[in-house]
Design a binder for this molecule. Structure first.
Ligand code: NAD
Length: 454
């Protein structure tokens, strides 16, 4: 499998793809290794993960450069991702013992009762490329802490990073027969679906997530899906500083070149501040520095996948064809690589794909709304349900809207953020199940009820 740098279109590596036979061999090895790992104390598992976390820091220069080379993520954002992953790992390490410990429900008397949390067994972690450390850590760290073995399938667009992750985990003391990487594309992922694994944890698109859910349904094992979004941001007319809100919204749209599951994908602005918001947003969007992602000054690198450029140009064309106005960007950048200027569309509505279909790029439509009721209705007019943000001076007013939206996460005066202490979950086509928080630790173990008499 060739690894292509999306900024230069050059081949930067070759990786041997797994075959069905090698995937089966890896599974057999994990079968041998998991019971031993499940018997290791949580403290020892935490110590291994702690060494992995330290290694991420010790090797951060090389890891960040690899991530930028294969995904096009601006180098500073690769460092940010590594730092973010380390703080998530630390949170999980600090809380694992508490949430994995056995629980006495009735500690005294003739019949005592307790719950013991046992590993699921061998789980599949089929992962995405946009934040390979962060979305990977959400799954393989609590899975390993809970005593599971992991068959890890990184995205074909983040395989070099996946190989680093495997090398560092093994170096930290996670046995080779407890964590194994499967290299390849969709077909390699499908081989995992055929195996009798004890859980499927997927991060990626709704399209693939649905296939996975259908294919593993008859196994009756846990299947968690962290999928896409079409996340709205609503600006109320009482905001104190429109320029500041525009800056926050812009960052939510273009960070990681818009390739975040919880990126802001559509903006609604109440009419009193609409013109000022569009002016401030557009001015700031035009100033973004597009260029070589290895360059420290670059804010917008290339898109990670070649097909995405045509897809975004198609969404922009569809909107303009239906009456939208392109007020900034939206052109392909004339240079090697998959570059597009951040695009701002106004006069948009929900007949246009840019307001309903996941963009996954630095493209946004800004729609004028009359009041909170209209905003809430439009925010909910989507098949997705990952996050929704409201900017307002009044928490009460914002909360009234946040209560109405059917999403796993809501934000007041912030957006595009994930916290290790809170459950990360999507509703509707944004997913099933959750990671992070204590619930994301418990997602990787199964309770056994003990009735103890005598
Ligand atoms: P994708 O669905 O194309 O691929 C994800 C993974 O599935 C890859 O490893 C791929 O090789 C594998 N795969 C593809 N076809 C398969 C099949 N038939 N069977 C088994 N595995 C298969 O998604 P992507 O392009 O890597 O990621 C982008 C999507 O992920 C976006 O929709 C984004 O919003 C979403 N995402 C969601 C979250 C979240 O936390 N909710 C986080 C990151 C990304």
């Amino acid at each position: 499998m060739q690894i292509i740098n999306p900024a230069t279109e050059e081949i930067i590596g070759q990786v041997a793809e797994d075959t069905e036979a090698t995937v089966n061999e890896k599974f057999a090895a994990l079968r041998g290794g998991q019971p031993g790992w499940g018997a290791v104390s949580v403290e020892e598992r935490v110590a291994c993960i702690g060494r992995f976390c330290d290694a991420l820091d010790a090797e951060k220069e090389e890891l960040a450069r690899t991530l930028t080379a294969e995904s096009g993520k601006p180098l500073q954002q690769s460092y940010n991702e590594l730092n973010g992953a380390r703080s998530r790992i630390k949170w999980l390490m600090e809380h694992a013992a508490q949430w994995l410990a056995e629980e006495w429900i009735v500690a005294e008397g003739a019949t005592r009762e307790k719950i013991v949390y046992e590993p699921l067994g061998i789980i599949a972690n089929i992962s995405a490329w946009n934040y390979p450390y962060l979305v990977g850590v959400n799954v393989f760290i609590p899975a390993l802490l809970g005593g599971n073995a992991v068959l890890y399938k990184p995205s074909e667009y983040a395989t070099l990073t996946g190989l680093h992750i495997q090398r560092l985990l093994h170096g930290a003391g996670v046995p080779e027969n407890v964590f194994q990487l499967v290299a390849g594309k969709g077909a390699a992922g499908e081989w995992l679906l055929q195996l009798p694994l004890n859980g499927y944890f997927f991060t990626g698109s709704y399209r693939t997530g649905r296939i996975i859910a259908e294919r593993v349904a008859s196994k009756l094992v846990p299947c968690q899906l962290e999928l896409g979004g079409k996340d709205p941001l609503y600006v109320m007319d009482d905001v104190a500083d429109v320029e500041k809100v525009a800056a926050a919204a812009l960052e939510g749209v273009v960070y990681n070149n818009g390739q975040s599951c919880c990126a802001v994908e559509r903006i609604y602005v109440q009419e009193g501040v609409y013109d000022a918001f569009v002016r401030a947003y557009t001015e700031q969007a035009r100033k973004l520095v597009i260029g070589d992602p290895m360059d420290a000054a670059t804010e917008i690198g290339p898109l990670s996948r070649p097909g995405q450029l045509e897809f975004l140009l198609g969404q922009i064309g569809d909107a303009v064809g239906k009456g939208a106005k392109l007020v900034a960007g939206g052109n392909r950048v004339e240079r090697k690589g998959y570059f597009i200027e951040p695009a701002v569309l106004v006069d948009v509505d929900h007949r246009m794909k840019v307001m309903t279909e996941e963009s996954f790029g630095p493209v946004v439509g800004i729609q004028r709304v009359k009041d909170d009721a209209e905003a809430a209705e439009l925010m909910g007019d989507t098949e997705y349900g990952l996050t929704a943000a409201v900017y307002s001076a009044s928490y009460e007013r914002a909360e009234n809207v946040m209560r109405q939206v059917n999403t796993g996460t809501v934000y007041w005066n912030c957006c595009d953020r994930v916290s290790a202490g809170l459950p990360w979950s999507g509703r509707k086509h944004s997913g099933l199940g959750m990671t992070l928080s204590y619930q994301g630790i418990r997602a990787f173990v199964q309770p056994k009820a003990y009735h103890i008499r005598g």
